[in-house]
Design a protein around this ligand. Sequence first.
Ligand code: ATP
Length: 238
Amino acid sequence: MAPNAGLVSTTVQVRNLIRRYDDRAVLDGLDLDIAPGEFVALLGKSGSGKSTLLRALAGLDYDVDGSGELAVPENVSVVFQDSRLLPWARVLDNVVLGLSGAFDRGRRSLDEVGLAGREKAWPNELSGGEQQRVALARSLVREPELLLADEPFGALDALTRLKMHVLLRKLCAAHQPAVLLVTHDVDEAIVLADRVIVLDQGRIVAEEVVELAAPRSSADPGFAAIRSRLLDALGVSL
Ligand SMILES: Nc1ncnc2c1ncn2[C@@H]1O[C@H](COP(=O)(O)OP(=O)(O)OP(=O)(O)O)[C@@H](O)[C@H]1O
């Protein structure tokens, strides 16, 4: 029998992951599976280990003390709270940086994020929301199997954030990457994710599968019930 026979395919498989800083376990025996195309949102108090987990999945913590098993695809894209565009490169050049001959794909990606016609703009000519759209185009033009997003909408105003939710849902439906989104916004997690997990002291302490129909509304009683359980897990009492 083949070694993997019977196993459901996963894009991310984390087993007993431990990461220590100064002998303190910031990730403390964490297990996590993410299925192909699954959208997982990650909540947790400040200091609970969210960014440490993202860094581990992105392969950016090879010099950190720890152990455990980590299976992650090779093709991973990351988006951050700030767009991290190169100020000296035009928008299209930012999108296709490092991808030779990809200008047509880059233009299509900019079209997908609603920025057709802005290819030759400089990053500082765009609003914060538009810069994050470019960052999404830059990630998705690489057709990642896994998209890691560290509070990508954290610096945007409420209205722009809502528009970005609609856009991200559309992009994920079209490209179907597995997603791990770190956010501090419980409603954002419930609106976007198939599953929401809560991290506390380096362990997953709660998990909610979100099966609400789209468009998801915070006025829905099912939404409110999930929010209330997540807030409980985060130690917030209302
Ligand atoms: N390079 C480092 N050296 C020492 N300690 C670190 C380092 N990076 C993170 N830590 C510590 O590990 C813990 C978890 O940090 P991490 O950044 O993963 O938390 P977080 O959940 O992402 O927090 P936030 O929501 O504030 O971004 C914190 O106590 C932090 O101080």
